[in-house]
Design a protein around this ligand. Structure first.
Ligand code: 5AD
Ligand code: SF4
Length: 453
């Protein structure tokens, strides 16, 4: 096929955060509503959407090399696939991508992808187009209704960020904080549950900044939204990510203690344990206020598993600052965490700061931090041995009869028993590694009524 034929098959390749995964799924649904089917293999796709991430490392260069790779695979297969660049690199680079990559037919930002279908039609007429508009909330109303094929589903409730941490591109690529309306979200959650979702993860760059009005006009925060969605009878589990310490309300703390369907897991990025660095990052919390918040959440839900994000080597970070981070890690005892080397993002204040940290220093600090985090993750998993819990089965394991799923504390658990995807199986955790746990099944506590999944 030529790049200007109407595509029959597509592939969306999503990189980066869970919000990109959600956007990728919705782009897929939109293309399927236009009669374009998912391709079985990468090489079979007539249309490839690169749903990019701009948060760290050489994001832009990666897009150009990915485009080159797709073009080359197309040549070998005797075709010229249509290529769309979506996501945060599309937003940040816009027309520049069109100039540098003649093989790209569409550049579409994260707030404009509801118009991807029209862009594909125009591309089929040989017209290249860029759309990086940021109309508030417009895309959700125009997307086809949700589908899910999995017992776990994502639901984007909030987008964008007003925090302007000095290292971060998100406020520029995703725009200002917006909350999707309450009733629209409860409806979307209901549709997901009707189609078989038993766990919903509410997503937002600053998910706990979500606010809205319920059906009778009462102001609600994220806790109110969680409580409303928890009323859906067949929904068993609710999670949310990612939160900012400053938007954590007392209501949300209470919700962790009171709402059974809200899982005992909290991802709350801290970035650094040094108040000096936190100030330079414009985080507007201190190490102490963060720890105090965790104490309150733990008081409400003593078994809560904690997770965080860390950046090492922020400009000006001294050995003493880094030691403060290690101290905070020791104090918290994270169940899991993400840690990154600082990466200067074009256009952000930190990229222009003096005293950028040499790569070797960052490497060494990251190694030490990750050793501490891995140690704590293993300790958390080992401390779970002997616990009884439910596991929501997500997929088959490698061994015959083996199933994989998640514990309430977001640990990966494997076990061998009669089960099916979507079952909630009662298990006892019997062995622990750093990244997963082995379990012994008791009995399926609430098997799905349909046996086809
Ligand atoms: N360099 C390194 N890590 C970053 N993050 C965000 N921006 C940068 C950057 N410029 C990390 C933060 C954030 C996570 C999603 O990515 O830890 O919480
Ligand atoms: Fe980026 Fe900070 Fe906003 Fe998180 S809170 S998205 S790190 S600016």
């Amino acid at each position: 096929m030529k790049s200007t034929d109407k595509p029959r098959t597509y592939r969306v390749k999503s990189f980066g955060c869970q919000m990109n995964v959600y956007d990728g799924e919705r782009m897929g649904e939109l293309l399927e509503a236009k009669g374009i089917a998912p391709a079985r293999e990468d090489e079979d796709a007539d249309l490839v959407v690169l749903n990019t991430c701009h948060i760290r490392e050489k994001a832009t260069e990666k897009v150009y090399s990915d485009v080159g790779r797709i073009e080359k695979a197309g040549r070998l297969a005797g075709k010229t696939p249509m290529i769309a660049v979506a996501g945060c690199v599309a937003q940040a680079e816009g027309e520049e991508i069109m100039k540098r990559a003649p093989g790209v037919g569409m550049v579409v930002g994260p707030q404009a992808y509801h118009r991807l279908g029209d862009m594909v039609d125009r591309a089929a007429l040989g017209e290249r187009s860029t759309d990086t508009d940021m109309p508030e909330n417009a895309k959700f109303a125009e997307l086809p209704s949700r589908g899910t094929r999995s017992p776990t589903a994502f639901l984007t409730v909030q987008e964008g960020c007003d925090k302007f941490c000095t290292y971060c591109v998100v406020p520029y690529t995703r725009g200002a904080e917006i909350s999707r309306p309450f009733t629209e979200l409860v409806d979307e959650a209901k549709r997901l549950v009707d189609q078989g979702a038993r766990e919903i993860t509410l997503l937002g760059q600053n998910v706990n900044a979500w606010s809205g009005e319920d059906a009778i006009g009462h102001a609600q925060g994220l806790d109110g939204l969680i409580r409303a969605i928890a009323k859906l009878p067949s929904l068993e589990r609710i999670r949310y990510t990612t939160s900012h310490p400053n938007d954590f309300t007392d209501g949300l703390v209470r919700c962790h203690g009171e709402e059974e369907k809200l899982m005992p897991f909290l991802h709350l990025p801290v970035q650094s344990g040094s108040d000096r660095v936190l100030k330079a990052m414009n985080r507007s919390h201190t190490a102490e206020s963060y720890l105090h918040l965790l104490d309150r959440v733990r008081a409400a839900r003593p078994d809560i598993a904690l997770s965080g994000d860390f950046i090492v080597g922020f400009p000006g970070e001294t050995d003493a600052d880094f030691e403060e981070t290690l101290k905070l890690v020791d104090t918290v005892g994270y169940a899991q965490a993400f840690s990154f080397k600082y990466s200067p993002r074009p256009g952000t204040p930190a990229a222009a700061m003096d005293s950028q940290i040499p790569r070797e220093v960052m490497d060494e600090r990251l190694q030490r931090l990750q050793a501490a985090l891995n140690r704590d993750q293993l300790a958390f998993n080992e401390a779970s041995i002997g616990r009884a819990c439910d596991v929501l089965v997500e997929r088959k394991g490698k061994l015959s009869g083996q199933w994989l799923g998640k514990s309430p504390w977001l640990q990966s658990v494997h076990f061998t028993a009669e089960a099916a995807i979507g079952d909630m199986v009662r298990v006892e955790l019997v062995e622990a590694g750093a990244n997963s746990l082995g379990a012994r099944a008791s009995e399926p506590v609430s098997a799905q009524s349909t046996s086809s999944r």
